[in-house]
Design a protein around this ligand. Structure first.
Ligand SMILES: C[S@@+](CC[C@H](N)C(=O)[O-])C[C@H]1O[C@@H](n2cnc3c(N)ncnc32)[C@H](O)[C@@H]1O
Length: 268
């Protein structure tokens, strides 16, 4: 059982199914549970050699990977667990930022190629993938639309796209290019968060999944909820009341034919 922070997690939800009409009593009960810490649900035993890897990645810290001062960098711990699980022979990160995935690969002795627009590689451009060879695992952590401007003034940057539709259109080109360098059965792992734009939630994980499905990618594992320990936004105070988002989503995708009944209906 993994302990998790207050007010989170499925045990909290399980408590909610046993609610009575006495909301004050329930509220007190939940506050009390929170004070004692929450736990994640037990996961079934499997033949996995990474038993701790489940659909909730709650581990704190980031590991000695990447540069924490690079805006929008991610922890290396989920990447490490995914690489230990899938044991790929060759890994690509086409948007490597500070190189977190590269550091994890080096620590595990896995051959790695990393690229980024900041070094001139445009992941939307098919020609830029030429000569890279093939990979059985691609890690990708794209910008969350305009949340952090990575390459101001460069219209090729996904964070410079003027509208969400442009972001998704460019992202589909990236997906296509990744698909072309993945070996059969290879995995594409995308870490994506969300935020509000002009007061509305973007729903990026869902838009990215839709875009991926349109490019013949399907989920190869359950989506992984990655807790965002130590996120910059968690240290802020806000005057308004809202439900804070404290996680990102990792989609692990595989490309290929899907059962006909799961095919999207052609538009009329
Ligand atoms: C969220 S950051 C990646 C951070 C990285 N995971 C780390 O831990 O440091 C997104 C990266 O995507 C890159 N990027 C944006 N548009 C790109 C494009 N068209 N081609 C390649 N890289 C791009 C940005 O330069 C930025 O470094």
């Amino acid at each position: 059982m993994l302990p998790i922070g207050p007010f989170g997690g499925p045990h909290h939800m399980r408590d909610m199914t046993q609610r009575t009409n006495d909301w004050k009593r329930d509220w007190n009960h939940e506050t009390e549970s929170a004070a004692h810490g929450m736990v994640l649900p037990d996961a079934p035993k499997t033949k996995s050699h990474v038993q701790e890897l489940t659909s909730v990645h709650a581990i704190e810290g980031r590991g000695p990977y990447g540069d924490p001062s690079y805006r929008g960098n991610c922890s290396g711990l989920l990447i490490r667990d995914l690489l230990r699980f899938y044991r790929p022979e060759r890994v690509l990160d086409p948007m490597e930022g500070s190189g977190t995935c590269g550091d994890v690969c080096r620590s595990l002795g896995i051959p790695y190629e990393g690229r980024d627009l900041r070094h001139g590689f445009d992941a939307t451009r098919k020609a830029d993938f030429k000569g890279l060879g093939r990979f059985d695992f691609i890690w990708m952590h794209p910008p969350y639309f305009q949340m952090v401007k990575y390459n101001p003034g460069d219209p090729r940057c996904l964070s410079s796209k003027p509208a969400v539709a442009d972001f998704i259109a460019a992202f589909r080109m990236v997906l296509r290019n990744c698909r072309d360098v993945l070996v059969h059965g290879g995995k594409l792992a995308i870490l994506i968060g969300d935020g509000k734009h002009e007061g509305k939630y973007l729903g990026l994980p869902f838009r990215v999944m839709n875009a991926a499905a349109a490019e013949t990618f399907w989920l190869a594992a359950p989506e992984i909820i990655r807790f965002g320990h130590g996120a910059t936004s968690s240290r802020r105070s806000y005057s308004g009341s809202f439900i804070p988002r404290v996680h990102d989503v990792c989609l692990i995708l595989e490309s290929g034919r899907v059962p006909p009944k799961m095919e999207p209906r052609p538009s009329a």
